[in-house]
Write a protein that binds this ligand. Structure first.
Ligand code: IMP
Length: 429
């Protein structure tokens, strides 16, 4: 395959960063197509930890081009901080990144609105990252948003921004009973950011089309996960963009025929941050122990993640919605020492068994998981580099997940480091 999309199959945090970093070695161009800095892709390279929020995870390889596509929403200050960090720690060259003219800008008033709404919602809060992503997408859809192409004519950009600040401050004060944002500070920060960001602006759709036409390998890096998708996830406890593979087209300016295959990423168990239904959730000491072992604390916000068993109903939904070719299973090592292991094979809902999602996503509020138990293993598996080096029970667990999800397993990750991986099929091979 020459063009591959990597997407999360659960509620985000599946370990996409590590898999994208791994596959980026064989790609020429790595492109983000949705979301913003609410994503946080953690990578460990040569013992050093990197958290990338906006820049595609391919940035840690030399000689790759990273693209931030039109479907994203970008906080310019967060992006510049990330670029500076990559320059300092990795010496990335000036031309490593291309930013779409059509990507939308996230402003401090988006953050203020996001945080104030969450604070006022109390128990009904969604548990957003507070980075202003929902309000920025709202502005995009209501056509009030500002894009990077607006920066080209700074005079008209300033006029539009002033109007937005005035509208948002009226809303912040009157409806949310919050503090207004300081327009002068925002304008000054944008003026400084503009100078630095202009060189990165690019017609990324054309760039990608030409890259594909000239035989380059392109990796599309999904953020968040299928269950956080605005249409197919656990609405309203979702993020504000489409996170599924089809978003890679609208979010980059390419058509469906340009994608050769989709690799879904799933943890060997399940986690989620924020509120919302979670049928296979585990409570108590076992959840605490898995959280510690798997370092399950949000990379974007530091919040403890909720923990659950692997859920094949979610996996089947992800296979369908994303048209998945294969699955990469991550964090298998975290399950060492747990016996028995449980796998959710179906849901019980209103007295009926469902192998796929029962009708209406609210069914997840009351659906009960039907579990199957499997024997665990006690051996440390972090040094395994082939299936044969894994304990028999770990191999059976992987096989069973493939059977239940109905796709083959292409990659198994057994640790945070790049090298701690069993590659069964490399999609770019
Ligand atoms: P927002 O994307 O900040 O609006 O947050 C909406 C929901 O998506 C919240 O439950 C967040 O915790 C969740 N969320 C957003 N991005 C990620 C991610 O990258 N990983 C996990 N959860 C996320």
């Amino acid at each position: 395959m020459k063009t591959v999309a990597v997407v999360g199959t659960q509620w985000g945090d599946e370990g996409k960063g590590k898999i994208v970093d791994l596959l980026a070695a064989d790609a020429d161009v790595i492109v983000r197509f949705q979301g913003g800095n609410n994503a946080a892709h953690t990578l460990v390279v040569d013992g050093e930890k990197f958290i990338l929020r906006l820049v595609p995870a391919g940035a840690l390889h030399r000689g790759k081009t990273c693209v931030i596509g039109n479907g994203t929403v970008v906080d310019p200050i967060a992006l510049l901080t990330e670029i500076d960090d990559l320059k300092k720690r990795r010496g990335v060259p000036e031309d490593f990144l291309k930013l779409s003219y059509e990507a939308h800008i996230v402003f401090p008033y988006h953050r203020a609105i996001d945080q104030m709404r969450e604070a006022r919602a109390g128990k009904r809060a969604i548990g957003t990252t507070g980075f202003g992503i929902g309000p920025a997408y709202e502005d995009k859809m209501s056509r009030a948003g500002l894009r990077f192409d607006d920066l080209v004519n700074f005079k008209s950009f300033t006029d539009k921004l002033k109007r937005n600040i005035s509208d948002k401050n009226a809303y912040l004060k009157a409806v949310l009973k919050g503090k207004p944002v300081n327009g002068a500070v925002i304008l000054e920060a944008m003026q400084r950011a503009r100078r630095r960001l202009m060189p990165y602006l690019c017609d990324t759709g054309e760039y990608l089309a030409e890259a594909i036409a000239s035989g380059k390998r392109v990796l599309f890096e999904g953020a968040h996960g299928t269950m956080l998708d605005i249409d197919h996830g656990t609405y309203p406890f979702v993020t504000s963009s489409n996170c599924v593979a089809s978003a890679a087209f609208a979010g980059t300016g390419l058509g469906p025929g340009k994608l050769d295959g989709v690799l879904g990423i799933s943890k060997a168990y399940t986690t989620r941050v924020g509120a919302g239904p979670f049928p296979t959730e585990i409570k108590g000491w076992l959840a605490d122990s898995l959280r510690e072992e798997g370092v399950e604390f949000g990379s974007a916000t530091g919040r403890p993640r909720r923990i659950g068993w692997f859920d094949a109903v979610l996996a089947r939904l992800a296979v369908r919605v994303n048209g998945m070719w294969a699955l990469a299973l991550t964090k298998l090592d975290v399950l060492t020492g747990i016996d028995p292991l449980k796998l959710c094979v179906a849901y019980q809902y209103k007295g009926k068994r469902y192998e796929t999602m029962p009708p209406g996503r609210h069914s997840m509020d009351t659906a009960k998981p039907i579990f199957e138990e499997m024997p665990g293993w006690m051996e440390k598996i972090g040094s395994a580099r082939s299936l044969g080096e894994l304990p028999a029970n770990a191999r059976r667990y992987i096989e069973r997940i493939g059977e239940l999800a109905g796709v083959s397993i292409a990659i198994v990750s057994v640790g945070a480091e790049r090298a701690a991986t069993i590659v069964l099929t490399n999609p770019f091979a």
